[in-house]
Design a protein around this ligand. Sequence first.
Ligand code: SF4
Ligand code: SF4
Length: 169
Amino acid sequence: MLKSIINRRRIIQALIGAAVYIVVSYYQISLWYVLLAGTITGIVFGKIFCRWMCPLGFFMEIIMGMSPEGNFRQMYQYHKIGCPIAWVSGWLNKYSFFKIKTNKTTCLSCGKCDKQCYISTLNPEYSLYKTGKRHPSKQFSCSKCLKCVSVCPNGSITYKIAPLGEMAS
Ligand code: SF4
Ligand code: SF4
């Protein structure tokens, strides 16, 4: 179920992004409310606004994909710069209710997750499965694309609500 949602992320982003754009422009809603929405979604899900809901993010991803420097590098830089919504929700990646977790007991060490993640691909300090490395999902740059969850062959990476005691871990 989650994998099929992740595989349709661009369609979902296009639909939600168009709805956000129409509502904001038609009703002339203050961008402060959009920031508030990004903050609330950040508290619950982490930094999902950019890659699942943002109309600008939708077009930025297309433009980044056309870059001769490579999609990964461009997306990484883009998500480091961000916008006020990205700054707030990126910081909330560490504290959100939903978290990406790796089960190292069942992990096959195939490395597919790291190859899909622009953070671990570009920075060897990070890994979704290697011991002693920093988990990329807690970083500001993790935009909850959830490719790591989608690509894992045996469900060792999950994205679900964390127990209360693990909220800030
Ligand atoms: S969701 Fe997974 S693949 Fe995407 S940036 Fe975050 S850690 Fe990397
Ligand atoms: S994709 Fe899954 S099984 Fe493969 S290294 Fe990553 S967590 Fe382990």
